[in-house]
Design a protein around this ligand. Structure first.
Ligand code: M6R
Length: 604
């Protein structure tokens, strides 16, 4: 989704700060970029469709010297990715520049009103109404600060918005339903002393310059000047807490890996250690979550994409512990009639900013449920709005494809059920497997033959993934990972469903990845499905711990260490992550920034 960076107080380094900041926001997904700077002579804007390199090329021909600036990476919603639709957008006079993330729902009526009074628009975007509204108020005699506030007051929808005005050394910003964070430069800065000061959609944009941050809440406005002024909807000053982010900029580099995704796959042992640290007490047979949560009698999960797959897994864990639980696609939840009651609604979201998931959580709260965020992002909207938070502690994830955070979600959901509803017998069975999990993931990473399998099947017509029980979400996730980064057709199915339709698609050039763990009834049934696939000449890749006969019928085997079957699901997933990575890499895809996708999906 769109990324915003802005800064005041960087002097001659303003432009570099903006462009480097945009580079760190690339992971969010974008299709055009631009910057606006204010100097003594006025306001300059440079923007370009395409990658950041196109903007850099354009900037090379221009000598921009401003010391207050904003920058933006745009992920198209209203209008195609063109130079005209790229942000920043200007008002008619060219005095006001605005960048925006989100969707202005009433932009058509605002635009019609403005056009009726002579305003001329240059883009198809919803955003362009904002600089025109600011410009109109300036023309009516408002100060820049009052003009910005007055313009934002007219907006309906979601926005993180930042503006600069020619002749002013100030930067104005506001948020509603879209993330926006303020960075405070200087030694141990306060709101009054911060210099330089930054605004961004996400901390990496300015982390190189400062670890000190203020997270804005919905309805808040901020002015960056000599210091930082935050006000609420009524204009009353708010004293915000200054927080310090725990990770360093090095963590957001590639550390020698070709792609962030590969680095993050390999970071899983460490990420899982962090997730489990201090939470697994084998001696007492307990999971310590530090959550003030009573055992729920019914649970609903709301999530999107990979996090929805984690939710399917979590719901199954609760059901196995005897607690009714269901997983819902967040985008369907809020607008559907309430399902059967639940006293706990769990939002699983690595970013904590997914608009669909936030809407579903808000709807759940309105319906009277207690809410829990399972997230990777401290102080994200989900963290701040939910009654409880369980952090997965995976560290920053930059690749658009979720990898280590999915592992963290599955581990955290194990801790959640163990810590709230599971009996001591199952705790004693699962806790040792969780303790060994980071080492087992490392063993998979060290021995995997996924790159050979990927090479063998790189030119397949389509890819199918099957699994039962807790292996079903792993099959769905294997398919999602492959399709999003390779652009190849991939589908995941509950293994038993294959014969109810998808089998019609299975043939010699459609490999089937079968996740078969343990030696129980489900594993035996999946082996039966493998035989059905083989009878149709389709190659089979078994992802297995060797306990069943799956390996006997498979063309290739991706092995995982033997452990508790529900924990083994995480190991099988690592093999499928590697398969997806190597197929996409072999096809030369832009793995960390797949087309049309965004890391943080902040619109519904
Ligand atoms: O930040 P969230 O976990 O809420 O994100 C949800 C999905 O957008 C996300 O998992 C998406 O499906 C990933 N690109 C999958 O790799």
């Amino acid at each position: 989704m769109c990324g915003i960076i802005g800064c005041v107080g960087r002097g001659t380094e303003t432009l570099d700060t903006l462009v480097e900041g945009l580079g760190t926001l690339e992971y969010r997904g974008y299709d055009s970029a631009g910057v606006a700077l204010v100097d003594d002579d006025g306001l300059s804007v440079v923007k370009a469709a395409g990658e950041l390199s196109a903007l850099r090329e354009r900037l090379a021909d221009r000598a921009l010297s401003g010391t207050v600036g904003i920058g933006h990476t745009r992920w198209s919603t209203h209008g195609p990715p063109t130079d005209e639709n790229a942000h920043p957008h200007l008002d008619c006079t060219g005095r006001v520049a605005v960048v925006h993330n989100g969707i202005i729902e009433n932009y058509q009526s605002l635009r019609a009103d403005l056009e009726a009074t002579g305003h001329e628009f240059r883009s198809d975007t919803d955003t362009e109404v904002i600089p025109h509204l600011v410009g109109k108020r300036l023309a009516d005699g408002d100060t820049p600060s009052a003009a910005f506030r007055g313009a934002v007051d007219r907006l309906e929808g979601s926005y993180a918005v930042a503006a600069v005005v020619a002749g002013s050394r100030r930067l104005f910003a506001a948020r509603n339903d879209s993330p926006l964070v303020v960075g405070l430069g200087g030694d141990e800065p306060t709101l009054d002393t911060a210099d330089p000061a930054f605004i961004a959609s996400d901390v990496p944009a300015f982390r190189e310059h400062t670890p000190h941050v203020v997270y804005l809440d919905d309805g808040e406005f901020v002015t960056l000047d000599d210091g930082i002024t935050v006000t609420d909807e009524t204009g009353t000053r708010v004293r915000k807490a200054v927080e310090t982010v725990g990770w360093d900029p090095e963590q957001t580099g590639k550390s020698g890996y070709e792609h962030f995704m590969l680095k993050e796959i390999h970071e899983q042992p460490r990420a899982l250690r962090q997730c489990l640290s201090g939470r697994v007490d084998e001696l007492r047979g307990a999971a310590d979550l530090d959550l003030d949560l009573t055992a729920p009698t019914g649970v609903q999960f709301v999530a999107a994409g990979t996090s929805y797959h984690a939710s399917l897994y979590g719901a199954e864990l609760f059901r196995r512990a005897g607690v009714p639980a269901q997983a819902f696609l967040a985008s369907e939840y809020a607008t559907s009639p309430p399902p059967l009651g639940a006293d706990l609604v769990v939002g699983v979201t690595q970013s904590g900013e997914t608009a669909d998931t936030l809407s579903a959580l808000r709807e759940a709260a309105r319906r009277g449920a207690e809410t829990l965020a399972v997230t990777n992002t401290v102080s994200s909207t989900a963290d701040r709005e939910c009654d409880h938070t369980l952090l997965i502690r995976s560290g920053p994830e930059i690749g658009v494809a979720a990898t280590k955070t999915f592992a963290g979600q599955l581990a955290a959901l194990n801790l959640l059920t163990l810590g709230t509803v599971e009996d001591v017998r199952s705790r004693r069975a699962v806790l040792p497997a969780l303790r060994d999990l980071p080492g087992d993931v490392q063993a998979v990473l060290d021995s995997s033959v996924a790159s050979t399998v990927a090479e063998t099947y790189r030119d397949a017509a389509a890819y199918f993934f099957i699994g039962r029980g807790l292996q079903f979400p792993v099959a769905l996730e294997g398919a999602l990972k492959l399709k999003e980064i390779s652009y190849e057709h991939a589908e995941g199915f509950a293994a038993g469903e294959l014969k109810h339709g998808p089998l019609a698609l299975v043939q010699a050039d459609t490999p089937v990845f079968a996740v078969v763990l343990g030696d129980g009834e489900r594993a035996h049934k999946t082996v039966g499905n493998i035989k059905e696939v083989e009878a149709r000449d389709a190659p089979v890749v078994a992802v297995t711990d060797g306990q069943s006969d799956a390996h006997l019928y498979a063309d290739h085997v991706l092995e995982v260490p033997e452990t508790h079957p529900r924990v083994a699901a995480l190991l099988a997933n690592v093999q499928l992550q590697l398969v997806a990575y190597y197929i996409a890499d072999g096809l030369g895809r832009p793995i960390d920034k797949p087309r049309n996708l965004a890391k943080s999906v902040t619109v519904e």
